[in-house]
Design a protein around this ligand. Structure first.
Ligand code: AR6
Length: 181
């Protein structure tokens, strides 16, 4: 585990399973249709139970889903968190289709929504670094820098990044080291 204090708040990077985190909100690396899928999305729906998809179905009916770079909140069902914040990360197609901006936006919007819900702590997985093939180093830099900027303005006290495998953990931990704060 690695952590850095920012104005009395903290960013943590750790290796583990996001469904087991004891935080107020966990973020899901969803798709824009909120239809569920593999990876961390599958793990969150499996562990949280059918209530989460019921709310995703409603959001899909009301607003068509969640555009790339945006985020929406649902219950966390059986998980210990109070909310799952679903964000649709960009698919990496080489970097010239606004992927960096959209990935930053995923983190900004998720943190904003967690703050609106009154959360004190939240956990992110590595958004877009799996099936969506975003280069992990580049994603880690954007994720950590955006979290640091947003944390300063937010009522949140902790933003945690939970990486499943040791290679991704090392890369996010290095990005936290590089953060100039
Ligand atoms: N806890 C933490 N991280 C996890 C877990 C877990 N339980 N399970 C997997 N990971 P991905 P994406 C890691 O593919 O690239 C889905 O089908 C995984 O090892 O889940 O944003 C959605 O429905 C990887 O490092 O998300 C979308 O269609 C990271 O989570 C699409 O995939 C993200 O990998 C989203 O793709």
């Amino acid at each position: 585990m690695k952590e850095k204090a920012i104005d009395g708040k903290v960013i943590r990077v750790l290796q583990g399973d996001i469904t087991e985190q004891e935080v107020d909100a966990i973020v899901n690396a969803a798709n824009s249709k909120l239809l569920g899928g593999g990876g961390v999305d599958g793990a969150i729906h499996r562990a949280g139970g059918g209530e989460i998809m019921k709310e995703c179905d409603l959001i899909r009916k009301e607003q068509g889903g969640c555009p790339t770079g945006q985020a929406v909140a649902t219950t966390a069902g059986k998980l210990s968190a109070d909310y799952v914040i679903h964000t649709a990360g960009p698919v990496w197609t080489g970097g010239d289709r606004g992927e960096d901006y959209l990935l930053g936006s995923c983190h900004r919007e998720s943190i904003r929504i967690a703050g609106e819900k009154g959360c004190i702590s939240m956990a992110f997985p590595g958004i877009s670094i799996g099936a969506y093939r975003f280069p992990t180093e580049r994603a880690a830099g954007i994720a950590i820098e955006t979290a640091a900027e947003e944390l300063e303005k937010s009522s949140l006290e902790e933003v945690r990044f939970v990486l499943f495998d040791s290679k991704s953990y090392d890369i996010y931990a290095q990005a936290l080291d590089k953060l100039e704060k």
